[in-house]
Design a protein. Structure first.
Length: 265
């Protein structure tokens, strides 16, 4: 994005960034996601960022947000440290594959496939209620399974620009039988190295508005802990219902992009 079409630094610019950050932080803590699904569309809509520039700015803002979320979940032992690192290593590799595949695959078909995946997850959340005591134990089966999940997450993140939490949290709940709190805490930890890696690349390409990223990230830190505390306080079934509503919002966003993408071709 060129300097001449960057949003002007005005009171409104900083007010919007703070508002976006407060909302993204709450979502991040509550659902164990990075908040990019909130940050990117709002920066595009309210400040006129282009999609790629908004995504780069959002990724930088996720680093402090996810860090505060991890600390909040870790205090009560709701972070699986080694599994998160396995997921992150897989995601970093997968992201490279995803960006390599990007020009070779139909974005519209991918988006509809992802919407179908989200719909299956949404329905499943009403039938699979996680136990709050369930741990994420490393075994000869779960270890490689986590590595594969990390790679798949990275590929989809590279292809669709979605954050890892949208895939990792439901996968840990539904496939690994993990407690919803451990799934969220682990997802947030996995995001940190992935977001740092992506941000370094984006900074080289001048694809980050640092002022906006700092403003959104700092504001998000103020509400991430609150979101995590709400997640701990609500019943697991209620948490699933809230997460399913959030996924409906994401699925709708992606479906709209798929329809627009088809019309543009």
């Amino acid at each position: 994005m060129h300097a001449d079409i960057r949003p002007k630094r005005s009171v409104r610019f900083f007010a919007v960034c703070i508002g976006v950050g407060l909302l993204a932080g709450l979502m991040s803590g509550l659902f164990g996601v990075g908040g990019g699904t909130v940050i990117v569309p709002l920066l595009v809509l309210l400040l006129g960022f282009d999609q790629r520039f908004a995504a780069g700015t959002s990724l930088a803002a996720i680093v402090p947000t996810a860090s505060v979320g991890v600390v909040t979940y870790a205090i009560d032992g709701h972070v699986a440290w080694i599994p998160a690192l396995i997921l992150a290593a897989g995601a970093v590799i997968g992201a490279q594959i995803g960006t390599w595949l990007l020009p070779k695959l139909s974005q519209t078909a991918l988006r509809w496939a992802f919407v179908a995946f989200l719909l299956v997850v949404i329905v499943s959340l009403y039938f699979v209620i996680p136990s709050r005591d369930a741990e994420l134990v490393l075994t000869w089966v779960t270890g490689p399974g986590l590595a594969v999940l990390g790679v798949v997450t990275g590929i989809l993140a590279g292809l669709l620009g979605v954050g890892g939490g949208i895939i990792v949290v439901p996968a840990l709940l539904l496939l690994f039988g993990t407690s919803d709190l451990v799934a969220k805490g682990t997802s947030l930890l996995m995001m940190i190295p992935t977001a740092i890696s992506g941000t370094v690349g984006n900074l080289r390409r001048s694809n980050v508005d640092l002022a906006a990223a700092a403003c959104v990230g700092i504001a998000a830190c103020a509400t991430t802990a609150l979101g995590a505390q709400i997640a701990k306080a609500v019943d697991p079934f209620v948490a699933n219902v809230l997460f399913s509503i959030f996924l409906v919002f994401i699925a709708t966003q992606i479906a709209i992009k798929a329809v627009r993408g088809r019309h543009q071709r």
